[in-house]
Design a protein around this ligand. Structure first.
Ligand SMILES: *[C@@H]1O[C@H](CO)[C@@H](O)[C@H](O)[C@H]1NC(C)=O
Ligand SMILES: *[C@@H]1O[C@H](CO)[C@@H](O)[C@H](O)[C@H]1NC(C)=O
Length: 528
C-alpha cells in the first residue's frame, strides 16, 4: 500500500497544456462575467416555515394532524410560482392531481382507520410532496431528458423508484430541468432553457439533476430524487448547498431512467438517490427506494461516529483540472479539526496517485457501443454534427452547443474492447482495491465534490474536466454523500463528499448528520 503514496511530477507537455488551459479559463471567465452581468435577480424569502422542515418532520406533522397534506402541497405550489420565473428549475407540474392525492391523504389520517404508529410504519411519507428530474419516468408526465427529439415523449408508467415512493404515501408534484440527454454538468437544453442558481442567478446549478438541486435549495418541494452517473446528484447538491447521495452500485433500481445504460457495467455506475435540505432525510428515503436491496445496507445498524477511521485527500492533482479553491480546502480542514476537537480523532491525509487519472478512467469506462450523437439527432455523423454546430451559432439547432461538442468528442477515445479500453478498466480495478482495502467497514474518506464554487453560466466550457472528483467515484461503485458546509465569501455554497466502502452507505449518512449539526447544513438562499 505504501508505494501507492509516491506521486511523480507531471510530464512537461502536460504541464504546458495545463498552463494554457488555465489562461484560457481566466479569459473565458472574464468574458462570461461581462456577458452575464454582475447583479443577478433577487428571489423572495421562504414565507411558509413548513418548507424549512425535514421531510420526516413534515410527515410526522401530517400523521399527527398538526398540518394537512393539502397545506404542504399548497405551500410548495406557492413557492414554485414565486421563484420559478427567476430560477427556471421547474418544467412540468401535476398540481391538480397532487392536490387530489393530498386530500385523500388527509382523509386517511382523519378517518383514524390507521393509527399514527401504523402510518409511520406502512406509509412513512404519507402526504409529503416531492419532485424529480425530467428523465425519470412518472406516469403521464413527459420524459424528455432535455432532448428535442423526445419533446413529446410521455411516460406510460412510473419507474420503480417513483412506484416505491408512492407506496409510502409520498406525492409527486412535477418535474425539474436537466441538461441535454443529462450528459453535462450545466442544466440547459433547447426545450426548457437554462436553470439559474438561487444563491446568485448569474451562476449555474450544475447537472444533470440541476433543476432538482435548485428546487431543493429554493425549497420548492419537501425532497427530491436525482440520478448520478458522473456526479449528477452530488454536483448539483454541492452547487446548491444541499445534501445529495449516490448509493452503492446496483442498490437502487435504475429501471425507468432515460437514457437506459447499455451494459451492466454502465448500469453499475448509475445511481438514483435522494436530494434533500436535511441530512436526516437521506436514510429514510434510501430505505424506501432501495427496495429489496435495502437489507444489504443494514441501514438500522447504529453507527458510532467515535469508532470510525477518517481519511482525506485535498485534490486529485490531475492535469487539465482546476486547483481546489483555498476556501474549499479551509472548509475541509475545519471538518478534520472538528473530529479532532470533538472526538480526539486524527483524520489521516492520503495522496493516492491513481486519482490523478480519474478523468481518463471515467471516460474510457463510460465508453459505449452506441454513440452519444445517436441519442440526440436523427442520423448521427461527424458531418451532421458540424452542420448542427453551424446552425447552433445562428440559434437554429435543436441541440445545445455542448451536446454537439460531446457528440463529436465521442468519436474519439478508446473503442470498447480495445487495448487502451482494457488498460483503463484495469486501472479502475486497481483504484477500487485501494479504496476497498483502505476503508474496510469503518472508514470514511473526505474528498472535494468539486474544485470550485458554482461557476458562471457556460463557464464549464473552459473547465470541462472539473467533474472528475465525482465521476471517479461512480466507476468505483462507492456510496458518496455531498454535504454542504456553509457559504463562500461570494455567498456561494461550499461542501465536500463523504465516501465509504461498498454497502456502507449508513456511514455516509451518520457523518452527514453529524456535519449537518456541526456546520449548519442548508442555508436559505439570499436570506440577507
Ligand atoms: C452575483 O455574482 C456577481 C458576479 O460574480 C456579483 O457581482 C454579485 O454581487 C452577486 N450577487 C449577489 C446577490 O451576491
Ligand atoms: C436519416 O436517414 C434515413 C435513412 O437513411 C432517411 O430516410 C431520413 O430522411 C434521414 N433523416 C434525416 C432527418 O436526415
Amino acid at each position: 500500500m505504501c508505494t501507492a503514496e509516491v506521486v511523480k511530477p507531471l510530464p512537461l507537455s502536460l504541464r504546458v497544456v495545463h498552463v494554457l488551459r488555465l489562461i484560457l479559463a481566466s479569459i473565458g471567465k472574464f468574458v462570461l462575467s461581462l456577458y452575464y452581468g454582475t447583479e443577478g435577480e433577487k428571489i423572495p424569502p421562504i414565507y411558509d416555515d413548513i418548507l424549512k422542515e425535514p421531510a420526516v418532520v413534515v410527515a410526522k406533522k401530517i400523521r399527527n394532524k398538526e398540518i394537512t397534506s393539502v397545506e404542504v402541497v399548497e405551500a410548495c405550489i406557492r413557492r414554485i410560482k414565486d421563484v420559478n420565473s427567476a430560477l427556471n428549475f421547474f418544467v412540468e407540474d401535476r398540481f391538480e392531481a397532487a392536490l387530489k392525492e393530498a386530500r385523500e391523504a388527509d382523509e386517511l389520517v382523519r378517518s383514524g382507520s390507521m393509527s399514527p404508529t401504523q402510518l409511520e410504519q406502512e406509509k412513512p411519507f404519507l402526504g409529503v410532496p416531492f419532485t424529480t428530474k425530467d428523465c425519470i419516468a412518472v406516469k403521464g408526465l413527459h420524459q424528455t431528458a432535455g432532448v428535442v427529439l423526445r419533446k413529446d415523449v410521455i411516460a406510460d408508467k412510473d419507474c420503480d423508484v417513483i412506484m416505491l415512493l408512492r407506496q409510502t404515501g409520498a406525492i409527486i408534484l412535477g418535474l425539474t430541468n436537466v441538461p441535454e440527454l443529462c450528459m453535462w454538468w450545466e442544466t440547459h437544453n433547447h426545450i426548457h432553457g437554462r436553470t439559474n442558481n438561487a444563491y446568485n442567478t448569474t451562476r449555474m446549478v450544475g447537472g444533470s439533476s440541476g433543476g432538482e438541486g435548485c428546487c431543493q435549495s429554493a425549497a420548492g418541494s419537501v425532497f427530491g430524487i436525482g440520478s448520478d452517473i458522473g456526479g449528477s446528484i452530488r454536483m448539483p447538491a454541492y452547487f446548491n448547498g444541499i445534501f445529495g447521495h449516490k448509493p452503492t452500485r446496483n442498490t437502487v433500481s435504475n429501471e425507468g431512467q432515460y437514457p437506459v445504460p447499455e451494459s451492466d457495467l454502465l448500469n453499475s455506475f448509475l445511481g438514483i438517490g435522494p436530494m434533500t435540505r436535511h441530512a436526516v432525510d437521506l436514510k429514510p428515503i434510501m430505505k424506501i427506494i432501495a427496495g429489496h436491496n435495502a437489507k444489504k445496507l443494514n441501514l438500522d445498524e447504529p453507527v458510532d461516529i467515535k469508532k470510525l477511521r477518517y481519511f482525506y485527500q485535498f485534490s486529485t492533482g490531475g492535469p487539465l483540472v482546476d486547483a481546489v479553491d483555498p476556501e474549499i480546502i479551509a472548509a475541509m480542514k475545519k471538518v478534520t479539526e472538528f473530529f479532532k476537537k470533538q472526538y480526539q480523532i486524527e483524520a489521516q491525509e492520503k495522496k493516492i496517485p491513481l486519482l490523478r487519472k480519474s478523468m481518463a478512467i471515467w471516460f474510457a469506462n463510460m465508453k459505449s457501443t452506441k454513440r452519444f450523437g445517436e441519442f440526440i439527432m436523427p442520423n448521427d455523423s461527424i458531418g451532421r454534427i458540424l452542420f448542427e454546430m453551424v446552425k447552433n451559432a445562428f440559434g437554429l439547432s435543436g441541440n445545445t452547443f455542448i451536446g454537439l461538442f460531446t457528440a463529436l468528442f465521442d468519436y474519439g477515445g478508446a473503442e470498447v474492447g480495445s487495448e487502451r479500453y482494457k488498460h483503463y478498466l484495469k486501472l479502475r480495478d486497481e483504484l477500487e482495491m485501494i479504496f476497498v482495502n483502505l476503508l474496510g467497514d469503518d472508514g470514511v474518506f473526505f474528498f472535494p465534490t468539486h474544485p470550485t464554487t458554482a461557476p458562471l453560466h457556460n463557464e464549464p466550457l473552459v473547465r470541462p474536466f472539473n467533474f472528475c472528483y465525482t465521476a471517479i467515484i461512480n466507476c468505483l461503485g462507492l456510496p458518496s454523500t455531498t454535504v454542504p458546509l456553509g457559504l463562500s465569501r461570494e455567498g456561494l455554497p461550499i461542501g465536500i463528499q463523504v465516501i465509504a466502502n461498498h454497502n456502507q452507505d449508513r456511514l455516509c449518512f451518520a457523518v452527514a448528520e453529524e456535519l449537518n449539526q456541526a456546520f449548519g447544513g442548508w442555508v436559505e438562499p439570499q436570506k440577507s
